[in-house]
Design a protein around this ligand. Structure first.
Ligand code: PAF
Length: 276
């Protein structure tokens, strides 16, 4: 595996690979890698000739400066974890990616207006800025993202459509800790006690599947989360899995998912579940 820090070298290497007729898989990350990321990298390895991983804590997608400052940065151990599962790791500085402040302005329509889009103003534009640049620089056949950030995948599919790039956007299943907590780089900021308590998020969502309708599920999840003193619910939404618009009943959409965001102390965790 070779580490690349310059955009020019990244673009050259990707063009070389493509000229050799080889397929490219891209796994964009912000580092602090865990088994969830590694599952994306292994899948990219299995499905492509050459794998590029990017590690870049993208400042323009953070709407909270404290979250950006506290975001874990663990490049050396990330590189060790990747080992030979990737061919190239792009790990640039902020100045390399943004020599001048970015000016891209995206509008992703209804999929960005709800949930994370309304809770974190500017967040999805920031994701679009970096993912758009990576897709154009690397021009992969496939780009891999985790389903924990389900809304992000919907936004990236729309980004791909707007940019007219060929990459297939591949959605990979959530990987969970043995206690059920969805893996996230932010989990490193939890105390051991918070880590155990945070497992209740998934348990509550799983239990809610036993209830028959949307209002009862919403009430159950909200009440169960409120019972746990360490939790502060940001939102729990039940939505159409395609449009991400709220549903009031299972008849409102073919596929319905639940989307939750909970603060555990000052750590903001997200998770989701498929109902039908
Ligand atoms: O999901 C993430 O880690 C980030 O939002 C991404 C897609 C790498 C863009 O910075």
């Amino acid at each position: 595996m070779k580490v690349i820090t310059s955009v020019n070298e990244l673009v050259e290497k990707a063009a070389e690979v493509r000229a050799e007729g080889k397929s490219i898989g891209l796994v964009p990350t912000m580092g602090a890698l865990h088994e969830g990321h590694l599952s994306l990298i292994r899948r990219a390895r299995a499905e492509n000739d050459v794998v590029f991983v990017s590690i870049f804590v993208n400042p323009v997608q953070f709407n909270n400066p404290d979250d950006l400052e506290k975001y874990p940065r663990t490049l050396d151990s990330d590189l060790e974890l990747i080992g030979d599962d990737a061919d190239y790791v792009f790990a640039p500085s902020v100045e390399e990616v943004f020599p001048v402040p970015p000016t891209e302005e995206y509008h992703f329509g209804i999929v960005e207006e709800v949930m994370e889009g309304s809770a974190r103003p500017g967040h999805f534009n920031g994701v679009g800025v970096i993912v758009g640049r990576l897709l154009r620089w690397v021009n992969p056949d496939k780009a891999y993202f985790g389903e924990k950030d389900y809304q992000q995948i919907a936004v990236i599919r729309e980004l791909k459509r707007q940019l007219g790039v060929p990459a297939e956007i591949v959605c990979c299943p959530i990987v969970r800790e043995p206690n059920g907590l969805a893996m996230s780089s932010r989990n490193r900021r939890l105390t051991p006690h918070q880590f155990e308590v945070a497992a209740q998020i998934h348990r509550i969502l799983e239990e809610s599947k036993k209830l028959p309708d949307v209002p009862q599920i919403k009430q159950f999840v909200e009440e169960e989360i409120a019972k746990i003193p360490e939790f502060k619910l940001d939102y729990f939404e039940m939505a159409d899995d395609q449009t991400l618009q709220s549903v009031q009943s299972f008849d409102d959409a073919e596929g319905v998912m639940g989307f939750i965001t909970v603060y555990v102390g000052d750590v903001r965790l997200i998770d989701n579940i498929h109902y039908c």
